[in-house]
Design a protein around this ligand. Sequence first.
Ligand code: ADP
Ligand code: MG
Length: 617
Amino acid sequence: MSNIIQLLPDHVANQIAAGEVVQRPASVVKELMENSIDAGATSVKLILKDAGKTLIQVIDNGKGMSPTDAALSFERHATSKISHAKDLFNLNTKGFRGEALASIAAIAQVKLKTKQETQELGTYIKIEGSKITTQEPVSFGKGTSIAVKNLFYNIPARRNFLKSDTIETRHIVDEFQRIALAHPDITFLLHHNNNEIYHLKESNLRKRIVNIFGTKMNEKLVPISEQTDIVSVKGFIAKPAFAKKKRGEQFFFVNNRFIKSSYLNHAVVNAFEGLLDHGAHPSYFLYLEVPTDSIDINIHPTKTEIKFDNEKALYAILRATVKHSLGQYSIAPVLDFDRDANLDTPYAYNRKEVTKTPPIAVDPSFNPFKISETKSSTSGNSFTPRTSTPKNNSYQHSFTKEQGSWEALYSSVASETQQEQLFTSEKENNTSKSFQIQKKYILSSIKSGVVLIHQSQAHQRILYENFLENITVKEASSQQLLFPVSISFSPSDIETICSIKADLESAGFLFKEIGKDNLSIEGIPTSITESQISLILEQLLDDIKMEVPDASFSHFDVMAKSFAKSLAIKTGVPLTTREQDNLVNNLFSCKEPTVSPFGKPTFKTLTLQEIDGIFNR
Ligand code: ADP
Ligand code: MG
C-alpha cells in the first residue's frame, strides 16, 4: 500500500494560515500597526491606496530589526515576543503568535525597510508569495516601513470577495480608531489616496477622543474613574442625552487592547437604566486594567474577545462606577452631599448670589390614579409634579376598570388636542374606508374584503420607491436652504460622506463646504425637511458601517433604504384618516407594494370568502 500523507509545503501552509489572520485589508492594518506599537514606536503612519486593496503601508519609528531578524520575521511562528509557554499568561504585547507577517507575505507583495538605531545601514527585503526575492542594505532612518501591495493578488477568489472601497475603508478606519484610542500618547497619521484623514498628535485621552470623533464630542464626555484590587477603570462615558439611535461609539479596552464584550456592555447599559430613550445606545470609552494573569486573550483568533477570571465582579464594579459617574455629574438623580454646585449651574449664573429659595409647594394628597383629584389639584394653585401631567397616553395603558369609565378618563385627563383629534377623526371616518388600529396598523375595506396594512413598513416602501425614482430616473430636485446648515461629524465620517458625495448630490444634497470635521449643506432633497438632515445622514453613515450585503450593493439603494428608514412614519404615531387614505393609495401605486425595502410584509388581505369562512364553520 502506498503512503499518501505528506507535509504541506510552507507557502501552502502559510496561505492557509493567512485565511485566519487576514480576512480583509483592515486585518493587515491591525497586525502592522500593532507590530509598530510593540516595537515601541512613538509615531505610526498608515498610508492606503484604494481602501488598502492596492497598498497598505505602515511606517514607524520603533526599534527596527537586524538583517537576520528582518528575514526571519516572515517565517511562521517567528516571534520575538514569547519564548516559553508560560509567557502566554503574562502578555504585555499585542502580538505573540508570530503568524502575521508570514501570512501577509503569503498573499501579497511585501516590501520591508527597517533599521535599528545602532546600525549604519538598514535592511531592504522584497518578498512575494512567501519567497524573499531581494535582500540588500538600504539607507533608512530608524524604524520600520512595511508596504503591502495588491492584497490577495494570488488568490482571486478572496480578492473578489472584498467589498466596496467605502466599506473596506470603513473597516480600516475602525481598526485605526481602536488602536489610536488605546494609545493617546502615540502620534498617528492616516492617509488615503493622498488625502490626510487623520493627523493625531500625541495627547491626553480626552483630546484623542475629540480629535477622532469631532469637536462636538467634547461637551458630551463625562469622566469615569475607579480603582479596585481586581480592576482599575478609567475613561469617559457620553451623557445620555447624546445617546445614539444605533450602536454609538462603544469602546472597551483591556490592558490597552480593544475588546468586544457583550457582557461588559450589558453592565454599562444597565447603569444607564432609565436615562435612555427606548432603543438608544450610550457611547463610552472605557479602559480597564487587570492583572495580565487574570485574563485569557487566546480564545479568539483575531483577539478581540477575552476571558476574564472575575467576570461577575467586573460586571458589578463597572456598573457601579458608571452609575456613580452619572450621578456625580448630576445626570442621574442622586443624593450627593459633597457635590460641587458649580458643576450644575450654567456659566452665567455662577456668580449670581442665591437670594431666596424658590418656593415649591407639593400636594401631599396627590394621587395620579384618582381622576377627580387630579383635576382639582391642577385647577387649584398647588404644584403638581410634572410626571402627573397627562402629556401622553400612558394613562390609557395603566387604566383599569376600577378606575372609572373611558368617558371619565377622556373628559378629565386627555389633553385638548387629543380630544380634538379624536373628534375630527370620528367626523372624517364617515367618508373614509380606513381605520387605524393600535397606532400601528391600518384596516381598510376593499372590494374583495379588507386589507390590513403595517403603517411603518408600508410607508418605508413608499418612501423607498420615491427616493429611488427621484435619484435615478428623474433629475433629483433640490431645495435651497435659506441659511446653510452646518453639521459636525468625525473626520472618518466626513471621509465616508466624501466617498459618496456624488451620489448624495444626485439625491439632491448640495454641499457648500466640507471641512475636516464638519460640513455645511445649502441644499437638500425636496422630500426631506431641514430638521431631518442630520438624522438622515447619521442613519446613512450607520447603514454603511453596518455593511449592506454586496451583491446588490449600490449607494443609491443604501441611501434610499436609509432615507426610508429614518423618515417613515413609526409605529405609535396616530394618523388622520386623510393620512391613512394617502398611505393606502400610495402603497398600492408602488411597483412592489407587498414588501418593505427590508423584506418585511407591508400588508395582508382577508377576502370576504375568508372572512365568511371564519363565521361559517
Ligand atoms: P508577532 O507580532 O506575533 O510576534 P509578527 O508576524 O507580527 O508576529 O511579527 C514577527 C516579528 O517581527 C515580531 O515578533 C517582531 O520581532 C518583528 N517585527 C514585526 N514588525 C516589526 C516592526 N514594525 N518593528 C520591529 N520589529 C517588528
Ligand atoms: Mg504581530
